[in-house]
Each structure stands twice: as C-alpha cells, then as structure tokens.
Ligand binder design. Structure first.
Ligand code: PLP
Length: 468
C-alpha cells in the first residue's frame, strides 16, 4: 500500500514509512492512495473471529508487504492480550436501540490504548530492522499521553516527549503520565490549551533543523497507523449486530476527528454504516462545520470532557481531502487559508459528500449529565463524560431508520473522570485494580511556558539524534 499526502507535494511512502513519520514534509497528513475494499461475502466471513484475528485481517491491506500476515497476527495478539476483557472491546446494550462499545479495557482506561498498544509494537518492529533512534513528540488533552507513554516506556531506541496543557487534564490522567519514571519518558506541562500544545508539536514537525537531526515520530492521530487500528472495532461491533446484512449507526465523542475518521474508513472499505454521528461538547467547531459548512476556530472553553476541548481537529483535513476529490493543491490552499485566518468554508462538493454519511450534535454540560443519569437509571451503566456526550447525540439524532441500532463509542472508563461522574449520578466508580497505587506514586514533570523555542530547546537537549 502506498500513502500520499493530503497536500500533494510530499513523496509517497509505504506503511513502514508513514508509521515512523510525523507530518508529511508538505505539512499534510498521509492517507492511503486507494481504499482497500471487502465484498459483503468477505465481510460475512469475518463474523465471530476473535479480536486479534479480525484486527490482522482488517489491517493487512493497509500494512501490505511491510509486515507478513503471521507476524502481524503475533503483534495484534500481543497488543490485545494486555486488555482486561476477553472481548477486548465488548458491546453492551442499553435499550432496544442504543448500544455502547466499551473501548476502555486497556492499561490506561481510554480508547487510545487500542491503537497505541499496537503502535508501540510497530515502532519496535520497524526500529529492530534498522540502526536508528526515534524521538516521539506529542501533545495530549489527557488520554493520548498516558496511552503512548504506557506503550513505549522503557523501550530502547525510543524517547518520548509529551506535552499536556497545565492544569487542564484530570488528576488520574496526569498521574498516569507523570508517575511513569522510565528514563526515556519526558513529561512537559505547558501554559495554554491543548490547541497551543498541538500547534507547538506541529511546528516542531515542520522545523527542518529538528527533523534533519532527529527521527521525529508522531503518536497523535496524525499517525496513520493509529487510525488504521481503530477501524477494526467498527467492524467488530457491526458484525455482532448483523453486518453486512443490517446497517448500523455509530455515535462518536469527537475531538481531533481521529476516531470518527476511522469509522469513515470502515465505510469506505465496504462496511454498511447508516450514519456516523459526530458528537461534540460546547467546543463545537465540528458541529458548526458539519451543519453549516463554516469551519472556524473559536476559543477553547474547558469542560468536564477535556479530551474533546479542541477547536482545531487535525484529522478533519483527511476528510476534506477525500470528500473534495483528493485534490492536493486545492487542499493545500484551503489549509493555508485556515492557518492564516483560523477559518475556512467547505466547498459544495465537500459538504454534499460529507452529508451522505455524517451528521453532528452538540451537548452542553446539562445534556451530558442528563445522558449519564439516563444510562445509570435505565440500564445500570455508569458512563464517563465523553461517552455521555456521545450517548446524548445518539439519542437525539434525527431521521434514522427505526430498525438501525446506534452504537455509542465508550471512549473512557468512568473512573478516569470520577468527580464529574459523581456530580451527575452520585456514584463514585472505583479505579480498576490493574491501575494499582496510582495516587501513591512519585510524579516527574517539567512545567514550561508555551514559547516554541523553550520547548524545542528542552527536547533537543535530551533527545538522541538519528543514526547514520
Ligand atoms: C481522545 C478522546 C476523544 C476524542 O477522540 P478523537 O479521535 O480525538 O476525536 C474522546 N473521548 C476520549 C475519552 C478521548 O480520550
């Protein structure tokens, strides 16, 4: 499989190349040149497979010759063997129509583990073939950081520098990052919002002085391998609900547009998806973009669902590119406009194409708490704030055929956001035992200003240059 940049100028790469890359050299994001497809019969034949086997089958066309099928299966077995549920991502029913797909049974209690446990192994696999060193630089609104650190802590040939917005992640989220004291792990708290942290990281990926000397890799969802791993659970859930003979809708708590873009990929591969519902909180740039065509960033307001407190959704570029007919030059122009004015208008072609599959809903704090209480009182399920926003969107979505089940992606374990959950439901969900003595452990973290030069100096003073 070949990968091309959304901005049309960077060289195409194979799967190994895109996994180890950050941004494409033209500032774009890598996407597969063509979408591999499965026929209805091929999809039917996937029913009942254990998760690691399904994962290998769905991912192999994207991986191509970079990893042999037997080896890829070993890696998926290893990655998903660390999950605390035999089904890896179990599906639960709330009422006749509403379902939740629990994606939080990995080591750090959010769906990010599904992709990052595998990505850590992919990094190691590819680095073992070459004498090289990887410097991971990432920005996190909370969950990517802990999942990425867990996936690479202590691994030779990899350093990880993780930026989070100071004071804007939950205590559990912060401690899951800062209590990992392995020497290759560097936590940085920066003053500002997640968008500020993400902008700093993107600038580093575009800084030729840094990329020329260090092997800079991404663990944010700009990394294609992450999205690829997330496609699997859309198939997994839909197969259990009758795919390919019955259509399914998904409601996805959305921030950087990675998770829901994976659903779009599943649809492109032939999975019959009735609708993808993009659920946002009051930081609703995506809801505005999808309902009016106006993608313009406002300021970020902190909420009880911090992983969705985002105004610039990196992966939206991947959708705009695909929906706009894969025109790299036009995409580069559209993104230049966005970067200079913080606003862009979707073209009619983009809007019409996107509207065939996507709708969106916005939930405020009251909607979120109401959905959390509804799930608790009617189905005995305690949901985290992000999942509750997804469930709200699933329940208010308009014009869905009556026989279509709606699956909300449960993106985090409720114990990760225990205070917000207790406020809404009166229940204080305990941390699962696998997390251990998180609140007893020592923390290590450096607080820096959001200034680019300060962060860049910090990284270059500690990173190992690439070899050769
Ligand atoms: C990361 C995250 C999201 C948002 O996912 P995107 O892929 O960035 O859209 C939603 N909920 C939780 C709990 C998350 O950690």
């Amino acid at each position: 499989m070949k990968y091309v940049s959304t901005r049309g100028q960077a060289p195409s790469l194979d799967f190994e190349g895109v996994t180890l890359a950050g941004l494409a050299s033209d500032g774009g994001l890598y996407v597969p040149e063509v979408w591999p497809t499965f026929s209805p019969d091929e999809i039917a034949a996937l029913a009942g497979l254990p998760y690691p086997e399904l994962a290998q089958k769905i991912m192999q066309p994207f991986v191509g010759d970079s990893i042999a099928p037997d080896r890829l299966l070993e890696l998926t077995r290893q990655a998903y063997g660390r999950f605390a549920h035999a089904g890896v991502t179990p599906l639960k029913q709330l009422d006749e129509r509403q379902w939740v797909l629990e994606l939080f049974h990995g080591p750090t209690l959010a769906f990010k583990d599904v992709a990052l446990q595998l990505l850590g192994l992919l990094f190691e696999e590819f680095l073992s073939r070459r004498d090289d060193h990887l410097t991971i630089v990432g920005a996190t609104s909370g969950d990517t950081g802990s999942a990425a650190i867990d996936a690479v802590a202590g691994r030779a040939k990899i350093d990880i520098f993780m930026l989070h917005p100071y004071g804007r992640v939950s205590d559990v989220q912060r401690r899951q990052m800062t209590t990992v004291l392995a020497p290759n792990v560097h936590n940085i708290a920066i003053d500002g919002s997640f968008d500020d942290a993400q902008a700093t990281v993107k600038r580093m990926f575009n800084d030729a002085e840094i990329t020329g000397k260090y092997g800079i890799a991404a663990v944010n969802s700009i990394n294609w391998a992450r999205l690829m791993a997330q496609v699997v659970y859309y198939f997994y859930a839909a197969l259990q609900l009758g795919a390919p003979h019955r259509k399914v809708a998904f409601s996805v708590p959305t921030g950087n547009f990675g998770d829901v873009f994976a659903g779009y990929v599943a649809a492109k591969m032939g999975l019959p998806i009735e609708r993808l519902i993009v659920a946002t909180n009051i930081n609703d740039i995506l809801h505005r973009a999808l309902s009016t065509g106006d993608y313009s960033a406002g300021t970020v307001t902190p909420t009880a669902a911090p992983s969705m407190d985002i105004q610039v959704s990196s992966n939206f570029e991947r959708l705009l590119f695909d929906a706009g007919g894969k025109d790299g030059a036009a995409m580069a122009q559209q993104m230049r406009t966005f970067e200079s004015t913080k606003a862009l208008q979707l073209t009619n072609t983009q809007r019409e194409s996107i509207a065939t599959l996507f709708s969106s809903e916005r939930a405020d704090g009251v909607d979120m708490a109401h959905a959390m209480r509804w799930a608790h009182e009617n189905a005995g399920e305690v949901l985290d704030p992000h999942t509750a926003i997804g469930l709200h969107a699933a329940r208010v979505a308009k014009d869905l055929p009556a026989d279509v089940p709606v699956v909300t992606l449960a993106t985090a374990h409720p114990a990760k956001f225990v205070d917000a959950v207790e406020r809404a439901t009166g229940v204080r969900p305990p941390l699962p035992v696998r997390v251990g003595d998180l609140f007893e452990r020592e923390e290590a973290c450096t607080r820096l200003s959001g200034d680019y030069a300060v962060v860049a100096d910090f990284v270059t003073a500690r990173a190992t240059p690439r070899h050769g």
